[in-house]
Write a protein that binds this ligand. Structure first.
Ligand code: MRU
Length: 363
């Protein structure tokens, strides 16, 4: 069951036999669904961040590969389309994970059967993402219950790790939604998340729709809140988690982790198994996406006529640097919250999780 209403970030239109997604670049001002009709539409939607968030990027790419196979099911096209999708964004490992899952499912099949099989696999990945996020929510809820004393529980989050970043529920916001449903009074400090403002634009919008009290704060305003005791815990998502427990997430996460540690505030990272890169030994090995500096040098919002406009902030000659993600060392992470349970962010914790996953996987 979705969080608060019958909305999810990606839906299958049975009549048109295509995928529709919410164009997240238009939120919070306009809720507009777009149709993804061909591979170019899929690649554009991911690279232009009409869809974003590690799990949603992966599921979208899986449907994109199925779409490409419906046009040309050859082995050559299977790999060419997969390469195009993989090139859209480099950091979230869910992209590669989802493409590999589809390729593994169809490559041995006769080409004539590949498109249907790929679509079925993409649908299954979508369904399992919903179930996994719900489980993350249950495990995270137990942590929130334990943190609760009298009064409202204040949670800080960064970027958007809600249902817009997954299919339903989200990762970091799933425990918040479950706590709210249970009647626990929660309030969320939403960090604005410059330069693309996923906090203001997406997380605040999501929380408001669900009736969860929230307050937007500038990224640099989060440190003082953590120092003043206004935060009971920080909950964030992840785009790639290394085998040693280092966590790569939206740029700005690391500063929050430092401030949380300095002030004794628990810092939890929520993620599905698909976000763990078992081949990546540590966070330094993760490729950090560098995006257009225009995102830093300008700001986008509604003008007085209600039109979405980008306004230049900086002078013409101003240089900028725009890393989209950062790495938080495992030592700063209180625990990782996965669909399989809560584990230590450490090589041993990850190894135990891996053993648990392989012992429970169907043979
Ligand atoms: O650049 P984005 O908006 O795709 O970055 C998203 C994030 O960093 C999220 O925190 C992360 O993907 C976790 S989403 C459940």
């Amino acid at each position: 069951m979705p969080v608060s209403e019958s909305l999810s970030s990606l839906r299958w239109n049975q009549d048109k036999c295509l995928v529709e997604v919410i164009d997240q670049t238009l939120l919070p001002h306009t809720l507009h669904w777009i149709e993804l009709a061909d591979l170019d539409d899929y690649c554009h939607a991911i690279s232009a961040m009409q869809v974003r968030g590690a799990p949603l990027i992966g599921i979208t790419a899986a449907f994109g590969l199925a779409n490409a196979l419906a046009r040309d099911p050859s082995t050559e096209n299977l790999h060419a389309a997969s390469r195009s999708l993989l090139a859209t964004r480099p950091t979230a490992v869910n992209l590669r994970w989802a493409l590999d899952a589809v390729i593994a499912y169809v490559h041995e099949l006769d080409p004539a059967g590949r498109a249907d099989a790929a679509l079925a696999r993409a649908q299954a990945l979508r369904a399992s993402d919903i179930a996994n996020c719900s489980r993350i929510g249950e495990h995270g809820l137990q942590l929130l219950r334990a943190l609760r004393s009298a009064g409202t529980l204040n949670i800080m989050t960064h970027c958007n790790a809600g249902w817009l970043a997954t299919i339903e529920w989200g990762t970091a916001l799933a425990p918040v939604y479950k706590a709210h449903r249970e009647g626990i009074p929660v309030h969320v400090w939403v960090s604005e998340t410059r330069p693309r403002n996923q906090g203001v634009n997406l997380t605040a919008w999501e929380l408001q729709r669900a009736g969860v009290p929230c307050t937007v704060v500038t990224d640099s305003g989060c440190g003082p809140l953590l120092r003043e005791g206004a935060v009971d815990c920080v909950l964030v998502g992840s785009d790639r988690t290394a085998a040693n427990g280092d966590v790569c997430n939206k740029v700005g996460t690391y500063l929050k982790a430092l401030a949380a540690r300095a002030n004794g505030v628990p810092f939890y990272v929520t993620l599905p198994e698909s976000t763990i890169d078992w081949h990546c030994p540590c966070g330094d090995d993760i490729q950090i996406e560098e995006r257009d500096t225009a995102e830093v040098l300008s700001v986008t919002g509604l003008d007085n006529a209600g039109e979405l406009q980008a306004l230049r902030l900086a002078g013409n000659e101003t240089a900028a640097f725009n890393p989209a993600f950062d790495v938080t060392p495992a030592a700063l992470v209180t625990a990782l919250v996965t669909e399989h349970g809560v584990v230590d962010a450490s090589p041993a914790g990850l190894a135990r999780l891996r053993a648990q996953i392989s012992s429970s996987s169907p043979m």
